[in-house]
Design a binder for this molecule. Structure first.
Ligand code: SAH
Length: 245
């Protein structure tokens, strides 16, 4: 398996690439790669560049680009996961697994029943969250880093989602429409998914999303935990759109 690294685009100066800082250290000291070894670098454009390492200096590694192609792991569908805030490691788990599955944007969403509801407590974790996303994107062969938005209230998140052609809100108390029915008739290239926090959505929150054109759906007879529900919906949509073929 060829190691993959997201790099700042300015490091890419065809036909050469210059790696610095932590990535150079990882290549040299952690992975113990040598001149002649190949790596793949990603400039977050959706392209991947195969690079042969040529020169190891003190804290810089250089390579030659030998080929380029569009990254195969990037989904053709743009999914935004508005995830009700979760305690501790559960949110990190959603970021990691959501990136592997093919989520393109995560929005931590503060709801009425959110236990974690202080913006400051959430923003303090951003650099760690970015790192989790980057490592998951490298491992799962994505070509673009999923975007991580600042935490928003549900009302702001609904505004942010307004231009998305399909908005779904799984709500265990919704009696009629199923996700399957919605997906059978909607083929839009972008989907916004609203998932409640541990305590679920309130009826007023469901009304707010519906007023913005969102479809309230049920996911079958079992109640999934908040950290399971969003990932399960993403997997179902991607499967239905042929992203698992
Ligand atoms: N507190 C609630 C469950 C909340 S589950 C209870 O204990 O009854 C957290 C979120 O996952 C919900 O807000 C909803 O968005 C989603 N969810 C989980 N299971 C679901 C189902 N069967 N149908 C629709 N949405 C579901």
């Amino acid at each position: 398996m060829t190691h993959r690294f997201f790099i700042p685009p300015k490091w890419l100066t065809p036909p050469t690439v210059t790696l610095c800082g932590d990535i150079a250290r990882q290549v040299k000291t952690v992975l113990r790669l040598r001149p002649g070894d190949d790596i793949i670098v990603l400039d977050n454009s959706g392209m991947e560049w195969q690079v042969r390492l040529t020169k190891f200096d003190h804290d810089v590694v250089e390579g030659q680009i030998i080929s380029q192609q569009s990254a195969q792991g990037e989904p053709s569908l743009h999914l935004t996961l508005y995830q009700g805030t979760l305690k501790g490691q559960k949110f990190e788990w959603v970021l990691q697994k959501g990136t592997e599955l093919g989520v393109s944007c995560f929005v931590p969403t503060i709801c009425q029943r959110s236990i974690v509801n202080r913006v400051g407590a959430l923003t303090g974790k951003y650099s760690r969250w970015q790192q989790i996303i980057r490592e998951a994107a490298e491992q799962s062969r994505r070509g673009k880093l999923p975007q991580l938005e600042s935490p928003m209230s549900l009302a702001d998140a609904i505004q942010y989602a307004r231009s998305t052609p399909l908005i779904v809100m799984p709500w265990e108390e919704a009696a009629t429409l199923t996700l399957k029915e919605v997906l059978a008739r909607e083929q839009s290239g972008a989907v916004a998914i609203f998932i409640g926090p541990e305590g679920g959505f309130t009826p007023e929150e469901a009304t707010l999303v519906q007023e913005a054109g969102g479809l309230v759906v049920k996911l079958g007879p079992r109640i999934l935990r908040a950290e399971t529900a969003g990932l399960a919906v993403c997997a179902a949509i991607l499967y239905q759109r042929g992203e698992w073929d």
